[in-house]
Design a protein. Structure first.
Length: 156
């Protein structure tokens, strides 16, 4: 939650990122120019939908601490083991897709480090919560992960 001096609030992460990008345009983490910004937004959404949500499904439907609370919000929902298995399978396909995409590329969505790389790093690291790691044969994804993990901001 980002709260402004006037009491206004922004709750969604991407909206908070947009606010900070507009207030502090350098470094341009959301892209530069119309096509680059659209490409960054496209990849951010793909990573969220194909990777992060898959891991979240697997995690929420298998973590012992979330028994009876498989979905966020005020209502209780039981875990569904089949959704955990499907989430793990989707995560494996996400790793393979991202590995193919990163062949010959330094960054996910642009010629520079962007919010798509940040979300991809968070997503790949989140997979450890469901006991999945980058497969050995995903050499492009492994190279990218090593590179972005070595950035000072990744250790912050």
């Amino acid at each position: 939650m980002l709260e402004f001096d006037d009491g206004g609030r922004i709750a969604e992460v991407i909206a908070i990122c947009l606010y900070f990008e507009l207030v502090h345009p350098e470094p341009a983490l959301m892209g530069v120019g119309a096509q680059d910004r659209a490409n960054v937004a496209d990849w951010h959404h793909r990573i969220e939908r194909q990777g992060f949500w898959a891991i979240a499904d697997a995690f929420r439907n298998s973590a012992p601490g979330l028994m009876g609370r498989a979905l966020p919000g005020p209502d209780d929902y039981e875990q569904i083991p089949a959704l955990a298995e499907r989430g793990r399978a989707r995560t494996t396909r996400f790793f393979e897709m991202l590995d193919r995409h990163l062949a010959g590329r330094q960054f996910v969505a642009s010629e520079r480090y962007t919010i798509a790389d940040i979300l991809a790093l968070v997503t790949v690291n989140f997979a450890s919560r469901i006991n999945l790691a980058i497969p050995e044969d995903c050499s492009h994804l492994r190279r990218w992960h090593e590179s972005v993990s070595a950035r000072p901001s990744a250790a912050a």
